[in-house]
Design a protein around this ligand. Structure first.
Ligand code: SF4
Length: 291
């Protein structure tokens, strides 16, 4: 399957705009579920305001949040796909810039030292584009995530001591959620990366925090820990927007990697209640959009 790079550019543009306007159904269901179980009246009102905000954005074709985030694109490529990888990244970058200039969107991206904003949502290494491979031969999938700064600013890594074991992982996760408080715009998806090297551990935490609700860690021990920690963080009382309540997190998601015998890395990355994402899947039949 040969990929039309002009179509990739169009999709990269459309995905950014789409992600900012339409919340995935699993996140909407997640908020509705929290409303059903929330016992604190203030928290119920905050969750209600979030639901109203989502419907108003969708009804008026408007943004879910003023924070257009830092743009992230994840690409999956099948073995039957014929594409120039460098040109593919250029097309995605161009699409991201076009979304910002043509929609127009607020560019939330600046040079890290001069703080200059090019008003393109692009800069050095941004959009962040990662490429991986899928065992579906005739598929190219692009997922777009506008990652809000409130949640991204609360990202943490600890190289714990192996002798501290799983207790160190649990304590670090709880401490991070408490330290973040309302700054992550909770309820959040708490992504926890466990194992690997330092940079892989941080990447796993981001993969976990951006996974759809209702999905589970592929490792049974990781899945069991997800359940324990999901219950634990919702007993902290942080609540929606940090104003108190039972609904601190939709869930804790965990991703694992093997690690060194003398290492015990754990990373936490949180996704806010505006857990936006959108995807485009290219197959021989055409392009389909989803989440
Ligand atoms: S963290 Fe999320 S909800 Fe909060 S301002 Fe940023 S995008 Fe909006």
């Amino acid at each position: 399957m040969k990929i039309d790079l002009a179509a990739v550019e169009e999709s990269a543009r459309d995905l950014y705009i789409r992600a900012l306007k339409v919340l995935p159904p699993d996140i909407k269901d997640g908020i509705a579920d929290l409303v059903r179980h929330e016992t604190v009246p203030t928290a119920q009102r905050v969750l209600g305001a979030m639901m109203t905000n989502i419907s108003v954005a969708e009804d008026q074709n408007n943004l879910l949040c003023q924070d257009t985030g830092i743009p992230i694109y994840k690409v999956l490529i099948g073995s039957g796909v014929e594409v120039d990888g460098h040109a593919l990244k250029q097309a995605i970058r161009k699409g991201c810039e076009r979304a910002t200039r043509e929609h127009p969107l607020r560019s939330s991206v600046v040079h890290p030292l001069t703080r200059k904003n090019e008003h393109s949502s692009c800069g050095i290494e941004i959009p962040a584009i990662s490429i991986d491979f899928t065992d579906s031969p005739d598929v190219l999938r692009i997922m777009m995530i506008p990652k809000g700064s409130g949640s991204e600013n609360n990202s943490f890594l600890k190289m714990a001591i192996p002798a501290e074991g799983i207790d160190a992982i649990k304590k670090f996760t709880i401490d991070c959620v408490l330290a973040a408080g309302g700054k992550t715009c909770p309820p959040t998806i708490v992504g926890v990366g466990i194992g690997g090297t330092s940079e892989l551990c941080v990447a796993l935490a981001k993969r976990a925090s951006t996974r759809p609700l209702g999905t589970h860690c592929a490792d049974p021990d990781g899945a069991a820990l997800e359940q324990q920690l999901s219950a634990a963080v919702n007993q902290l009382g942080v609540g929606p927007q940090g104003l108190g309540g039972d609904s601190t997190a939709f869930a804790v998601h965990i991703e694992l990697a093997a690690t060194h015998i003398t290492m015990n890395p754990v990373a936490v990355n949180m996704q806010c209640h505006s857990a936006r994402r959108a995807s485009a899947t290219f197959t021989p039949a055409g392009v389909t959009y989803g989440f």
